[in-house]
Design a protein around this ligand. Structure first.
Ligand code: SF4
Ligand code: SF4
Ligand code: SF4
Length: 148
């Protein structure tokens, strides 16, 4: 399923409300919102990260994006795949350096290169680690889809 902008309604409601006006695309300071299939907006972390500034929500007149007290922006989380250089024995800490909540920690391996460990509980799904990974090893996923 595509990643909708933060604080989007559940997919069916989102698609029903979103008029595909594109206002959120222009409002996003990091430029991570693109026009996706059918003209509906989706988030791509290839261009940057979500700072959770809420500007996309502010400009969404049809209220397909709704920021409410205590409502999480989304449930997506980052996952580090096998292509990770550090997991292959090559020194790299690029993702950890960009992770503000410090959800990625490097654990020293005996006689080896420190390996990244990602704490999904601390990850906000901001996507800041995605584009900086030289091995393109980090992907975002919906935890609910992980077991599928
Ligand atoms: S919250 Fe801000 S940075 Fe995140 S998608 Fe919306 S406008 Fe872009
Ligand atoms: S940036 Fe990529 S290659 Fe480097 S440690 Fe993180 S996941 Fe591994
Ligand atoms: S998505 Fe953001 S919070 Fe999660 S591991 Fe990557 S940089 Fe850290």
């Amino acid at each position: 399923m595509p990643v909708r902008p933060p604080w989007a309604l559940a997919e069916d409601d989102f698609v029903a409300r979103c008029t595909r006006c594109g206002d959120c695309l222009g409002a996003c300071p990091t430029g991570i919102i693109e026009k996706g299939r059918g003209g509906f907006p989706l988030v791509s972390f290839a261009a940057g990260e979500c700072t959770f500034c809420g500007k996309c929500v502010e400009v969404c007149k049809p209220a397909a994006l709704v920021r409410a007290e205590g409502k999480a922006p989304w449930s997506i989380r980052a996952r580090i795949g096998e292509a990770c250089l550090a997991l292959q024995g090559v020194v790299c800490r690029s993702c950890g350096d960009r992770c503000e909540p410090r959800a990625i920690r490097f654990r020293l391996a005996p006689r080896g290169v420190a390996r990244p460990e990602l704490d999904s509980g601390a990850c906000t799904g901001c996507g800041a680690c995605v584009a900086v990974c030289p091995a393109d090893a980090i992907a975002m996923f919906e935890p609910a889809e992980a077991a599928v």
